[in-house]
Write a protein that binds this ligand. Structure first.
Ligand code: HEC
Ligand code: HEC
Ligand code: HEC
Length: 409
């Protein structure tokens, strides 16, 4: 009687392992559309060549991956080759997943085939433009960029650093957002983790550079950020990073979070143009207040700030409770205004554990929201930048209009 029971116990263990790998690899984020059913696809990914929709990866036989054999599943996830030989676009991060070990792949397959609920939902057609819509072009791309070796620790690596590298480069694919791309959309190795545009957002430099990177974040800052999306007087996760925290990093074991941190600590520094670290900007000095706008009620940006932002972030931007300070904040001290403008336009909603944080979307079309025009947003951003953040970054209304268009293509 013991054998069948043990077999079931080890199946359950395999499925649970697969659930953890799927969480660490954040399959949910891309394969679930807003308010849609888990893993049923339809999530739009905007790329410079058109919009690519993720597909239904529930085990539905009619519309999902129910017919995938284990070998076919491995090919899709690690080689970007779908059932029947269709080349997938690298919007599916198979170049990062290529190194996932056979053992982890087996667990993933067990999870997707036996624990995910089948959902009947047809895939949405992509709007990728010629010539990029010819999937055969991916053969060349794969030849240039796809490294098909599975993961092996390097001789000089401690097991913890190796685990961190496996998580950062492969399962969590942090570089798909934090590493900029070459003209052919391949990752640029010289710019590894040194910051990149992601749609309307900006994924900052997370290398060890003392000015441009995160050398001044302590281990506990990084732990707080990855586990809750918020690190006091450092930064908070909005947009795609809020999804990473919500769907993935908050559920990692503390051992895996520590491995990520230890690994990030030895990533080579990549410098930028910044002169001062983005979390080092304090409140503008008092003698300059008038000039910088803090005390002049004539400044339009101050008016918008005082009407739309100060109730939460407080009059001197110092924040209170769950409302973060706008000084010593990577979003106001960074090298560009993308995350500031994107947060004002899109707002922020993030859940971790039982707590959630919310900031309204001032670019929303909903009637009940206090909507702000491009000009209002440019003015308030300039006020925030010069009073609380990096005063050398200033924007105009057309900058905001471009970001608004990127947000709602
Ligand atoms: C960054 C977004 C993203 C993440 C993360 C992601 N996928 Fe995908 N995936 C896609 C997109 C987009 C497609 C469709 C690509 C295309 O049409 O060329 C896709 C396609 C697939 C396919 C092919 C399905 C079919 O319709 O034949 C499989 C299987 C798959 N993904 C599995 C996974 C698994 C398992 C994970 C987690 C380990 C994962 N994906 C994580 C974006 C993602
Ligand atoms: C889907 C894209 C995406 C992925 C994947 C991603 N990030 Fe991010 N990350 C961002 C964006 C965008 C921001 C800026 C968020 C903000 O300021 O609101 C960010 C911010 C951060 C920050 C804070 C930097 C600062 O100065 O505020 C850290 C640290 C970070 N990410 C680490 C990671 C790590 C480690 C991983 C992998 C485990 C990862 N990210 C994966 C997009 C991503
Ligand atoms: C209803 C309260 C509320 C209002 C009003 C509000 N915010 Fe926020 N804001 C928040 C919360 C909550 C967060 C996120 C805190 C966290 O992530 O831990 C946030 C985050 C931010 C961030 C950091 C975003 C990032 O990507 O890291 C900036 C910058 C910001 N707000 C600026 C503004 C500006 C400018 C206004 C006015 C146009 C404004 N906020 C209005 C509550 C508010």
């Amino acid at each position: 009687m013991a054998a069948p029971h043990d077999a079931r116990a080890s199946d359950t263990a395999l499925v649970e392992k697969g659930r953890y790998i799927a969480t660490a690899a954040d399959c949910f984020a891309c394969h679930t559309s807003p308010a849609g059913k888990a893993f049923a696809g339809g999530y739009p990914i905007t790329t410079p060549v058109g919009t690519i929709y993720s597909t239904n990866i529930t085990p539905s036989l009619a519309t999902g991956i129910g017919h995938y054999t284990k070998a076919e599943f491995f090919e899709a996830v690690r080689r970007g080759i779908g059932r029947g030989g269709r080349h997938l676009y690298p919007a599916m991060p198979y170049p990062s997943y290529a190194a996932i070990t056979d053992e982890d792949m087996g667990a993933l397959y067990a999870f997707f085939t036996s624990s995910v609920a089948p959902v009947e939902q047809e895939n949405r057609p992509n709007t990728v433009r010629f010539p990029f819509n010819m999937r055969s072009g991916m053969v060349l791309w794969n030849w240039l960029y796809l490294d098909t070796a599975t993961f092996h620790p390097r001789p000089q690596e401690t097991p913890q650093i190796a685990r961190g590298r496996y998580l950062v480069d492969h399962l969590e694919h942090c570089g798909t957002c934090h590493t900029s791309r070459t003209l052919l959309m391949g990752p640029s190795s010289a710019h590894y983790l040194s910051g990149s545009v992601v749609g309307v957002w900006y994924a900052p430099n997370i290398t060890t550079d003392k000015v441009a990177g995160i050398a001044d974040w302590t281990d506990s800052d990084l732990r707080d950020y990855l586990q809750t999306g918020h690190a006091l007087n450092r930064g908070q996760a909005a947009g795609p990073m809020a999804e990473v925290v919500t769907n993935s990093t908050q559920s990692l074991t503390s051992g895996d979070i520590d491995a990520i941190i230890v690994y990030l600590r030895q990533v080579p520094a990549v410098a930028g143009d910044e002169k001062q670290s983005r979390t080092s900007f304090g409140l503008a000095d008092h003698p300059e207040d008038a000039e910088r706008g803090l005390t002049t009620s004539a400044d339009r940006g101050w008016k918008v700030f005082s009407g739309s932002c100060a109730s939460c972030h407080q009059a001197e931007g110092q924040g209170i409770n769950a409302y973060p300070s706008l000084t010593h904040n990577s979003t106001t001290g960074g090298p560009n205004a993308r995350n500031l403008v994107a947060t004002i336009l899109a707002g922020l909603e993030r859940r971790s554990g039982d707590s959630s944080v919310f900031m309204p979307a001032f670019g929303s079309k909903a009637l009940w929201v206090n909507r702000l025009s491009d000009e209002d947003i440019a003015d308030v951003s300039n006020f925030v930048l010069k009073t609380f953040g990096n005063p050398s970054v200033q924007i105009d209304a057309s900058y905001v209009a471009k970001r608004r268009a990127e947000l709602t293509p």
